[in-house]
Every structure is written in C-alpha cells, then in structure tokens.
Design a protein around this ligand. Structure first.
Ligand code: MN
Length: 735
C-alpha cells in the first residue's frame, strides 16, 4: 500500500487530467451511446492507473499523451469508441506492466488485436535499414487487418510532433525526418489532409528551422495585404452567390509553409514569386444529389468574373482521387493580373478532404456496388506483400515511389476506370490487367492511336492493350514500368523465359553439332562455352536459341581443335557457277564486270542479285535490267516483247547493290540506334542514307543499304523485323 501524498500541485494535476478527459468526451464527433461511454471510461481508468508514475520529457503527467492522442482520433479524425479506447491504451502494453492478455481479458479480442498491432509497429524505425523495411512491411500487413491501427499510430505521431520541443535536438531531427518520409505520405494516402499538412509543417520546422521561420514570418508580414486582396477578390463572387440563393462559406486560405517551401525549392523562385500562396475556398451547403451540379454552377459563376486558365481545371468531382478527395479546382486571373486558385466543394466533400476516410465511412451509405477506394488500396498493398519474390527493400522503394506520386486515372476500352501512379506506361497498364496480358503486350492504342509499350499514360486516356502470342518479355522492359506489380512480374517472367529459351537452345545446338559431327557431350559443351568466352552452358544454350551461335563459330571451334578432327568445309566454287552461266549464250549475264557495263540497273525497281530479272533494250541507254515484278514489267513485256532479253545474275559477292528498306513501327527511345546497329555492326552492311519520320508515336523509316544479293537483303529484313518496336519491314521498289 502506498501512501498518497497530496500536495496542492498534485491536486491541480488531478483536476487537469479530469478536465482533459471531459474535454475528450465533449470533442467526440461520433455520437456515443452508454456502452461507448462505459468502454472509454474503463480504458481511461486503466491507462491512468498504468501510467500513474510516468512523466513525459516535458515533466507533464504521461496520461496527457494518450488523452491527447485519443482526442485527435475522436475530434480530428472522427473515429468511434473502440478507436478512442485503443488510443487511450496505446502505450500500456509497451510501457507498463499491463500485458496483451490483460487487455484481452478486460476489453475483448477486437481491442486487444488493435493494441497488439500498435505495440508491434512502435519502434519500427529503430533498427538497421533492411530491418526497417521488413518491419515496415509488417506494419502494413497489420494495417491491412485493421486500418484503425495505422490511424491511431498517425495520431500518436502527430501528438509527438506537436510536443517535439522538449526532445533533444538529435531526436527531434530523427523523428521529424521519419515523419516527413513515411507518416505524412501515409496520412496523405489515407486522405487525412489536414494531418498530413500539419505533419509536414512541423517536420520542416525542426529540420529547416531557419527557412521555416523565414517563410512563416513572410506569411505573417504579407497577411494584411493578402487579406485585402482576398477581400477584393471575394466580394463580387459573394454577392453573386447570394443572388443565386446559395448557402455557402467563402474564404481565403494560406497554403502550408511546407508547400510554399516546396515551390521555392523546386521552382527556384523567391517567396514573392510563389503565386499560389493562398487558395480561395468556396464551400457550399448542398444535398448529395445536388452537390455536383451545384459545384459546377459555382464554377461557372466564378468564371463569369474571372478568366480561368483552362489548363488548370481539376475535376475531382467526376473522378475523386484514390484517397477519396473530391473537389473542383480552377485557377483564375484575379485582380492585378494575379493567378488565384479557387477550390469549390460541398461541405460533405470538405469534411472528407479534411478528415479522410473516417468521414468517408460516415457518409457512405453502402450498397452503391462500387469498391471502397481504401479497400482497393489495401488490396493492392496486400497483393504486393503476398508476392514471396518481392524483396523487402525493393518493395519499400517501389512503395515509397507510389506513395509520393499522385495517381492518374485511365480507362479500359469498356470504360472501366483504373488508377495508376503518375508516369505509368502502357506496359504498367497491361500488367495491371493481368501478368499474362503484360507478358504478351506489343504496344497499345491510346485514344485509338498506336503507341509503344513504353508510352506514358495521362489521366483520362483510354487504353487498349495489343498483344501477340509471339511476344516475350524483354530485359529492358524493367525500364519502361513504374508500378511495383509490373516490375516484379517482369523479373519473374524474364527468369522463366530465359530458362525456357535455354531448353530450346539446347536442342538447336544439338542439331547443329550433330550436323558438324561434333558429339554433344558435356566435355564438348564446356569447351565450346570456353571457346566462345561465355559464362556457362546455360548461356551457350540461351544464345543458341537466339541463333547467336553460328555454324561459322562452331567451325572455328573445330578448326581450333587438334588436327585429327577433319571435317571438310563445304567449298562453293565461284568459277563453276560463272562458267555454267556463260554456257547459255542467249542469256545476259549480269554482275561479272560492273566496270564496263553494257547494261544499267533500272531505278524503277532496283534489282539486286538474286532477283528474277530481265533486260530491256532501250533507245539510247543500252540495256536496262528490271525485276520481273517491276511495276512497269507488264507494260514493257506486253507492248515491246521484242525488246526483252533474258538476264541472269552471276554469283558475285564482291559487288554491292543499293536496296531500299522501309520500316514501320512504334516510336521509342533507342530504336533508331538499334536498327542502325544491326545494319552496320551485326551484319556489316553499309548504309547510304537513312531517314526517319515520327508521327503520333509511330515512325516510318527509309534506309538505303548496300547489299550483295536478295539472300543478304532478306536476311537483313528478317533481323530488322525482330527488333522490339518494329511492326513491318518491306523492301522498297525505288531507292
Ligand atoms: Mn504514444
């Protein structure tokens, strides 16, 4: 039994604690029934007793903290009794003798599971980097079970930020940066915008105290001027709204210090030039079925007075943000040539905007058949967490990206809406539909125009994915996607694809080797691998599948081996062919002596060796050689049959002929480079000219190359057809 020492100070403190407790009850925005009140009372008593000997760094009784957290949960977020009770108890299991079992015994399973989640996620950030990520993942898993855990954690963090003054400087920095890095984006994701804003401002206050003070001071200094301006701006609108019998509130609101600081930093402009230091907010009292049209009526009224910037109209009424935010934003030209942002929303939308999902739930009547956006978000997180291949650190990086980015809304051909992070590409969209759709994606039609799979999507785009059963994922696809889902799917597919190809390549190589009478043994495989300077047999098989292990290389390998392997090389006798051809006197032989030509290759069809050709005796220009399928052939043969002479090519590898190639495809970075690389490096073909035209994401290219014959040209066309992004390659009749 301990002796209660009652001093006047202790008495005052006791009174203050009770005051704060009553304040908490009064602040509840959620209507409490008797059972709720009983639950909260019980939680308060347990927490008060458990923390009775503890004090905060500031010297205040510890219970002030859970009371304040509970008040944020009740008043600023608007949650009900269970959340309030859990907020009161949130530090008991971690900091006092009370166990989780005690909590479960006293409050039941629901409360115990929330407290358990809260206890587990505290101290998440104390460990090393990879542990942090792993813990963060756990934290989100907990969140997936009951979102109240994360909301109470945010309230806890907010109160700690509000009372950060009593901490040491190093702790202040650590807590403030964490808040900015993780908690504020999380609050934003949950639509807790005022909490997000306050967290950002408080973080800045501690991480950049000088800058923060400077901006805050400047905001203060310019306040009178701003108020006058706002008054001048608002007056005509206020009158018009009155005339139209709107019930409304209109006011000017300075933006947060953090958002101004961000603008100064990102745009490199001084404070004086940040034009949207404040926004005008018009809140209308409307009914759910009238609010949309009312907002648009207000919009049209505002633009009667001030000219809107059409590029800056944001309609989050027709398509709310994924975090639930609904409003109409426009930027108009105000007095003195100053752009002013005007935000129009109903009181209901405003509450959702300020208080987030809690308010959302309150207004949600249910039975709309639409998926709750929060559920949708949680579902996505769960899906990434459940992927066993995803590395925790990868995940946090990808996730952080997604957290910081705003999202875009795009539509399927059937009009189904999907939300994706900003900068998502057609390929992200494909993987969002299904990993198999992603794997077979060759491009897309965005708003009915052909685009490459790397095409970045914009809000409002309608996207139709084009697939081909022949498509296989490519390594550079990783660079074309931003969503975590697409990234991990591509990584998995590439691995699978490589193994599959290697298996095929093994068969190809087996055939090639047996053709050259090389035994398919491990020893030989290892020797060839070493000879070609490859990493391992798997790589050799993989290259074989890509037809990048040539007979020539295998022959060179044979030759490099000792003398007793004597596979003869097939010899093509040029002379044989030439003399055979010469035997037929009535046929014009082309190609043997290009220096003293008794004939010319006609520019209308540009024949090259290998083409079926004929000669045509012209008046004054000697014999011209045309392709049999020359566009003019029919006319020449039917009208001047007597002027036709038979013609044949001699086999001639030393002379090159000009041929034109037309390439049609999807415009993408690096494509021209790849095409020209194949031509000049891989095939060692010289180019005479090259021109590429791009139009709406597609390109058309014309390349004139020097080739030996049709085989050479066909080979080149085949290679170019395999380039990612190339849709069609054809030979041009004219160069
Ligand atoms: Mn706490």
């Amino acid at each position: 039994m301990e002796t209660a020492v009652t001093t006047p100070e202790a008495e005052l403190e006791k009174k203050e604690i009770l005051n704060r407790y009553r304040g908490l009850l009064r602040s509840c925005r959620y209507k409490l029934d008797d059972a709720d009140k009983k639950l909260i009372r019980k939680a308060f008593n347990i927490a008060l007793e458990a923390h009775k000997n503890a004090r905060r760094k500031s010297g205040e009784p510890y219970i002030y903290h859970p009371l304040a957290v509970a008040r944020i949960v009740a008043e600023e977020i608007g949650l009900g009794a269970i959340a309030i009770a859990c907020a009161l108890l949130h530090d008991t299991v971690e900091d006092t003798d009370i166990t989780l079992k005690d909590i479960e015994g006293m409050f039941g399973k629901k409360v115990a599971s929330i407290i358990d989640g809260l206890t587990k996620i505290s101290g998440v950030f104390d460990a090393s980097s990879s542990l942090q990520a792993e813990n963060f993942r756990k934290m989100l898993l907990t969140l997936a079970e009951d979102v109240r855990v994360i909301i109470i954690k945010l309230a806890d963090r907010l109160h700690n930020m509000r009372t950060l003054d009593s901490m040491e400087r190093t702790k202040q920095l650590k807590i403030a940066s964490e808040t900015l890095y993780l908690y504020a984006p999380l609050a934003h994701r949950l639509g807790l915008n005022s909490i997000k804003s306050e967290m950002e401002d408080l973080s800045l206050k501690y991480t950049e105290p000088v800058l923060f003070a400077e901006i805050a001071q400047k905001l203060k200094d310019t306040q009178a001027e701003r108020t006058r301006y706002i008054h001048r701006f608002i007056t005509p609108i206020r009158e018009a709204l009155h005339d139209q019998k709107f019930k409304f509130r209109i006011f000017g609101r300075p933006k947060s210090v953090y958002s101004i600081w961000n603008k100064i930093k990102n745009k490199g402009v001084p404070f004086e030039e940040v034009y949207d230091i404040f926004a005008i907010r018009i809140l209308i009292d409307s009914t759910p079925d009238q609010e949309k049209s009312d907002c648009w009526r207000v919009y049209s009224l505002v633009t009667d007075y001030y000219y809107p910037n059409p590029d800056r109209l944001r309609d989050w009424i027709s398509t709310p943000k994924a975090n639930g935010y609904e409003a109409l934003h426009t930027t108009v030209m105000g007095p003195n040539g100053q752009w002013v942002e005007v935000q129009i929303r109903s009181e209901r939308m405003n509450e959702v905007a300020e208080k987030g999902y809690a308010a959302h739930w309150k207004y949600k009547q249910g039975g709309h058949g639409e998926e709750d956006p929060l559920e949708e978000w949680l579902r996505k997180i769960r899906a990434s967490l459940e992927n066993p291949d995803s590395n925790a650190l990868d995940f946090i990086n990808d996730f952080k990206l997604n957290l910081f980015a705003d999202e875009i809304f795009v539509f399927t051909p059937k009009g189904e809406m999907k939300s994706l992070p900003v900068n998502s590409t057609a390929l992200d969209f494909a993987f969002d539909i299904h990993s198999q759709v992603g794997a077979k994606c060759i491009g897309a039609k965005v708003n009915h125009k052909l685009v490459p799979l790397s095409h970045k999507l914009n809000s409002g785009d309608q996207v139709e994915i084009l697939t081909s059963s022949k498509q296989a994922p490519k390594a550079d696809w990783i660079n074309y996607v931003v969503t975590a889902k697409a990234k991990s799917a591509i990584k998995a597919l590439l691995k699978e694809e490589r193994n599959k190809q290697a298996a095929e390549g093994k068969e190809i190589l087996k055939r090639k080797m047996s053709h050259l009478k090389i035994d398919f043994t491990d020893t030989n495989i290892n020797k060839i691998t070493a000879f070609l300077k490859l990493q391992d047999a798997q790589e050799l098989f993989y290259r074989a599948a890509l037809e990048r292990v040539t007979n020539k290389e295998l022959k060179e390998y044979l030759e490099s081996k000792d003398e007793n392997t004597n596979t003869p090389l097939p010899v093509t006798s040029l002379e044989d062919l030439v003399s055979k051809a010469r035997g037929k006197q009535d046929t014009l032989m082309i190609g043997d002596s290009m220096d003293n030509l008794e004939y010319k290759l006609s520019p209308c069809c540009n024949p090259i060796p290998g083409d079926d050709v004929f000669g045509f005796i012209t008046i004054g220009e000697g014999i011209k050689i045309h392709r049999v399928n020359c566009p003019n052939a029919v006319a020449m043969m039917s009208n001047h049959a007597y002027r036709i002479v038979k013609a044949k090519w001699t086999s001639q590898k030393l002379i090159s002929f000009l041929a034109g190639i037309k390439i049609i495809g999807i415009d993408k970075i690096g494509l021209v480079n790849r095409v020209t690389n194949i031509i000049s490096k891989e095939l060692n073909v010289n180019m005479r000219s090259l021109s590429f035209d791009t139009n709406d994401g597609t390109f058309e290219g014309t390349i004139v190359v020097f080739v030996h014959d049709t085989t050479h040209l066909t080979d080149l066309i085949k290679k170019l057809q395999k380039v990612d992004g190339v849709v069609k390659v054809t030979r041009l009749d004219t160069n």
